[in-house]
Design a protein around this ligand. Structure first.
Ligand code: CP3
Length: 336
């Protein structure tokens, strides 16, 4: 698997590629399965349909890795917090007040279908294609649990971080334990590597970033790596800014996702010498295609030539991306 070789530090050229949210609404065959499932959560919990949408982009574009089709919010749901996806508005949860309502022991029974999806996908994937398992980073999942919705403001979480840090840390402790068990389940079911989506890492000031982002990520990564020698884990502390280097040094990740705002050469200069990067093409360029996309792609490819790298976007693919641009992206990488 080229993808795993790159994570092991080999310079594989052209670099392996996959795209965040590669299974999704820009694909008509995804929309058809999604309609069949009824709603998004039912799709995530239906191993037959979830495996099918995981495989769709692999068949169509030949990416080097598939990512399990699920969502970072399945874990809080499995812990007992209500979750619904309001059509066109994103996720909604009842804001968490009392951690005693969360039940760690009950979660594995509820997320069992997700592990079954992993098993099925691994059986059906070509041998050369890696399967990425994932979870949300605890800080990011806590943002949704405490605020009850996304959007990037997360005012309640940010206030609690100052006014009741013990409560926030108690939530993070539960999530850290639950995430270790959940990801171990994915590894046991056949995931070839893991990714932690810490998409809202950037809302925390430095001291909180250390306590709420770096520490729980480090605990998860060290627990999983000690139990699974050789396991590779990608971190994605989105919008971490200058905290990126400290995150890479302290957390124990094997590779790090770069958001769109980070200059890849500045990240190379700031992070430890052998850091493997993944990203950071602007998803808008994939929608626009043409010369702007190709110029930006060539710039990234130029910056990473001679080093292990994983080609990807700086954030998820949007529903308005034309498939032809994804085909072109693959051609440009393969011709590099
Ligand atoms: O990348 C993949 O193809 C794998 C599946 C995946 C999804 N969500 C599917 C999804 C993964 C890895 C995620 C991660 C996720 N989910 C994150 C972290 C990455 C990021 O985007 O920052 C976050 C913050 C979530 C929570 C979430 N899920 C939000 C905020 C939304 C609504 C946004 C939107 O685009 O509607 C979702 C829904 C969601 N998750 C969809 C998909 C394909 C769209 C749902 C649909 O089909 O209606």
């Amino acid at each position: 698997m080229k993808f795993i070789q790159a994570l092991q530090g080999e310079t594989v050229w052209p670099p392996p590629v996959w795209l965040m949210r590669q299974a999704g609404r820009y694909l008509p065959e995804y929309r058809a399965v999604r309609a069949q499932a009824g709603d998004f959560i039912s799709l995530c919990l239906n191993p037959t349909l979830a495996a099918e949408v995981t495989l769709q982009p692999i068949r169509k574009f030949g990416f080097d890795a598939a990512i399990l089709f699920s969502d970072i919010l399945i874990l809080p749901m499995a812990l007992g917090q209500g979750l619904r996806f309001a059509e066109g508005e994103g996720p909604r949860l009842p804001p968490l007040e009392d951690i005693s309502t969360l039940r760690l022991g009950r979660a594995p029974g509820i997320y069992a279908p997700v592990l079954e999806t992993v098993r099925r996908v691994r059986t059906e994937l070509p041998e050369k294609t890696a399967l990425i398992g994932f979870a949300g980073g605890p800080a990011t999942v806590a943002c949704y649990m405490l605020d009850g919705q996304g959007g990037g403001d997360f005012l309640r979480t940010r206030k609690l971080a100052y006014e009741d840090p013990g409560f926030v840390e108690a939530v993070l402790d539960i999530l850290t334990e639950a995430t270790i068990a959940y990801l171990q389940g994915q590894v046991d079911a056949g995931a070839n590597c893991l990714m932690l989506f810490e998409s809202w890492a950037g809302i925390f000031p430095a001291a909180q970033f250390r306590k709420f982002v770096i520490n729980p990520n480090k605990r998860i990564i060290s627990a999983l790596k000690s139990r699974n020698p050789g396991l590779k884990i990608i971190g994605f502390p989105r919008l971490a800014g200058l905290m990126l280097a400290e995150y890479v040094r302290e957390s124990g990740v094997d590779a790090v996702g770069l958001d769109t705002v980070t200059d890849i050469r500045a990240a190379q200069a700031a992070c430890p010498e052998n850091t493997i990067f993944q990203g950071n093409l602007d998803p808008l360029l994939l929608k626009l295609g043409g010369k702007p996309m190709e110029d930006a792609m060539r710039d990234i490819l130029h910056a990473v030539r001679g080093r292990p790298h994983i080609f990807n976007l700086g954030h998820g693919i949007t529903p308005d991306v034309p498939e032809a641009n994804v085909v072109r992206l693959m051609e440009v990488i393969r011709a590099s």
